[in-house]
Write a protein that binds this ligand. Structure first.
Ligand code: DAT
Length: 172
């Protein structure tokens, strides 16, 4: 039996998953896992994407790598995709959302240009990840969170901390 829930933070690159996830993990004593970093550390890749100039994630290896930790519970997963994970892993899924102009600036500051910048902003406009989440998980556990301002960040933190504490009380 898990003592703490597993949380998925997803959304377009730049919406604030890492910022929220790390802070949340500190506040509620959970483990933060960034899938990009995990893949890099374990070389969990399967080829290279020439168009986007980045390695291609080996999804099966990622899932195998995380399985034991997910069974334990108390894991916050951060990734800009969500249909690669087993549905049973997560008790709740948050899709962070950012206004286009804000996201554009954030990604530009990150050094994104040209097609990469445009594709990511378009991904947010078309709410691609939100729709992916609705396809992959039960609708009742998928929630969108505005992530535009520091106030949004604070509110999101408070709400998720509260939700997690309640989850733990309900699952003694
Ligand atoms: P992601 O992990 O989704 O790629 P991030 O956490 O690295 O995003 O955040 C991208 C940038 O946006 C970073 O400079 C921090 C900033 N940011 C994140 N959340 C924010 C918020 N709620 N308000 C203002 N800026 C935010």
């Amino acid at each position: 039996m898990k003592k703490q829930p597993n949380i998925l933070l997803t959304g377009t690159p730049g919406v604030g998953k890492t910022t929220l996830g790390k802070e949340l993990a500190q506040q509620i004593g959970m483990t933060y896992v960034n899938i990009g970093d995990l893949a890099k550390e374990g070389n969990l890749y399967d080829g290279y994407d020439e168009e986007y100039q980045c390695p291609i994630l080996d999804e099966d290896k990622v899932v195998d790598e995380l399985e034991d930790r997910m069974v334990e519970g108390g894991v916050i997963v951060d990734y800009h995709g969500c249909d690669l994970f087993p549905e049973r892993w997560f008790d709740i899924v948050f899709v962070l959302r950012t206004d286009n102009t804000q996201l554009y600036t954030r990604l530009e500051n990150r050094g994104y240009t040209g097609k990469k910048l445009q594709d990511n902003v378009q991904c947010e406009i078309f709410q691609t990840i939100y729709e992916e989440a609705l396809e992959a998980y039960s609708e009742e556990i998928v929630h969108q969170l505005p992530s535009n301002t520091p106030e949004d960040l604070e509110r999101n933190l408070e709400q998720i901390v509260q939700w997690s504490q309640q989850w733990s009380k309900d699952h003694i």
